[in-house]
Design a protein around this ligand. Structure first.
Ligand code: S3P
Length: 187
């Protein structure tokens, strides 16, 4: 870790909202950035998708196929509620988490919320070979991604304490920017 980052590190973690929640569209880089932040900041990591998968014993695509999206959204809400008493964790949120206001209210109570963004073309490049995202099944194209992103944009932006673009940056650069900018913002 470089000197600048070391100095910033402690500043990210003080205050009552000790967790960092990463939100953003599918393929915005939440999981990779979460892993990198976990390592740089020596924090633990919680991934809402992985928590739902573990609780249900099924892949997300199977949960959608068997029980439908609304069921998945309720499980997603439950895992976020369950995180309330955790401290010092990076929370990597599924792309649809902010569509429920209750989730945003809960996340805001105990986390600083960082929105990761990317252009629809970048998103497509990152997710085009994924069969794990039922929302994009049959819609793997820039037009659909751009349209859904636009529909969600307001909710993402309203939820965010900080917005970081990931276009043309590697994971490490995004992490350093998140850490730098979180250290500079009000807690
Ligand atoms: C979804 C995003 C996915 C997953 C589910 C629904 C969405 O998570 O929660 O497939 O509605 O945007 P990622 O953003 O981690 O791909």
């Amino acid at each position: 870790m470089n000197e600048k980052l070391k100095g910033r590190k402690s500043g990210v973690l003080v205050g009552s909202r000790q967790n960092i929640a990463l939100i953003g569209f599918m393929g915005a880089g939440k999981s990779s950035v979460s892993r990198c932040l976990r390592d740089l900041l020596s924090m633990e990591e919680a991934d809402t998708d992985a928590m739902v998968v573990k609780a249900e014993g099924m892949a997300i695509a199977d949960i959608f196929a068997k029980y439908g999206e609304e069921y998945f959204r309720r499980r997603e809400r439950d895992v976020i509620r369950d995180l309330e008493n955790r401290q010092g964790i990076i929370i990597s949120c599924g792309g649809g988490v902010v569509m429920r206001e209750e989730n945003v209210i809960n996340l805001k109570k105990f986390s600083r919320i960082v929105l990761l963004t990317a252009a629809p073309e970048t998103i497509l490049e990152r997710v085009r070979h994924s069969a794990e995202r039922p929302i994009l099944n049959g819609h793997m194209n820039v037009e659909y991604i751009a349209e859904l992103m636009e529909k969600r944009r307001k909710k993402y932006e309203e939820a965010a304490d900080l917005i970081v673009s990931t276009d043309k940056k590697n994971v490490r650069q995004v992490c350093e920017e998140v850490i730098d900018r979180l250290s500079e913002t009000e807690l």
